[in-house]
Design a protein around this ligand. Structure first.
Ligand SMILES: C[S@@+](CC[C@H](N)C(=O)[O-])C[C@H]1O[C@@H](n2cnc3c(N)ncnc32)[C@H](O)[C@@H]1O
Length: 278
């Protein structure tokens, strides 16, 4: 692909979704965008680049952004963060929020729902006191298509075989041939809204726990820093932030600190959890 055309796509993606792509990802642009170019009547992805200058068609732009997102996810991904949620975060919140009996969780790049639903299943399995609490789980993603899948909550055999303990599969899914329907009792625990992490999340209010996993890896350093600022504002002073295994706050922000010994878990640098931390 011509450098100038590549740059048109790279700038558009950076501007609209934060996605930062390098020239060696030219093949990815071609393979993911060729079907869109064809549907819109262009000879090639190169040819479609001309349509993106000036004031481009919003539908086309959205389709390009959606096609370039990576939606890879699975139930209980990396397991450790979910163990930490169960073993550290839930016990803390059970005490800290015992007066209000309310906990708000944000899965900030929820993809097809496996992350927020994994949290829902953990809370449901825990029973009391959580069953008497007001638990609010919000899943957001930039992609409308993936959110539609999340809301539908129907998973393939392959998807339920990745990370989901058999007991939870038995307890919370009903089988329909090779498809598995997540039961309403878990589906209803999660609300979804389309949201771009480049935008201002203030309208969502404050959360006790934020999962923002495996999305910052796609952004450049200044974009990550801006997103950390927003997450900081949306997190309760004693809230917890989870990042993905390849993500960190180091050299990007001083608003959050790693909780030592708890992989992927972060807290506000000026909050109560950091008193004993390095
Ligand atoms: C690799 S998935 C991660 C899903 C889940 N958090 C996990 O760790 O398994 C990344 C998700 O981020 C979403 N995404 C990409 N750019 C985004 C943005 N600017 N705002 C919100 N979501 C975005 C993608 O649509 C995709 O569903």
């Amino acid at each position: 692909m011509k450098i100038t055309n590549f740059d048109i796509y790279a700038e558009l993606l950076k501007d609209k979704s934060g996605l930062s792509i390098s020239h060696d990802k030219s093949y990815l642009l071609e393979s993911r965008l060729t079907p869109i170019a064809q549907q819109h009547g262009y000879d090639s992805v190169e040819d479609m680049a001309s349509a993106l200058q000036g004031v481009p068609n919003t539908t086309l732009v959205n389709e390009i952004v959606e096609a370039m997102t990576t939606n890879e996810t699975f139930f209980f991904r990396d397991i450790k963060p979910f163990d930490i949620f169960k073993g550290t975060v839930m016990p803390y919140m059970a005490q800290a929020r015992s007066a209000v009996k309310k906990m708000r969780i944000w899965s900030a790049a929820s993809s097809s729902g496996q992350e927020p639903y994994s949290l829902g299943m953990i809370l449901k399995e825990a029973g009391m006191p959580w069953s008497a609490w007001d638990i609010d789980i919000l899943g957001t993603d930039i992609s409308q298509d993936i959110l539609a899948q999340a809301k539908e909550a129907i998973y393939s055999q392959f998807e339920v075989q990745r990370g989901l303990p058999i007991q939870l599969l038995m307890n919370y899914f009903t089988q329909d041939g090779t498809r598995w329907h997540l039961k309403k009792e878990i589906v209803d625990m999660v609300k979804y809204q389309q949201f771009n992490l480049l935008d201002n999340p203030a309208h969502f209010g404050q959360f006790d726990v934020i999962f923002c996993r495996n999305v910052l890896i796609y952004f450049d350093a200044p974009t990550k820093t801006q997103i950390f600022e927003k997450l900081y504002k949306q997190l309760a002073p004693d809230g917890y932030l989870f990042l993905g295994g390849a993500e960190t706050v180091l050299n990007l922000t001083d608003k959050f600190k790693i909780i030592p010994g708890q992989r992927g878990l972060y807290a506000k640098a000026d909050g109560p959890h950091m008193a004993n931390a390095a």
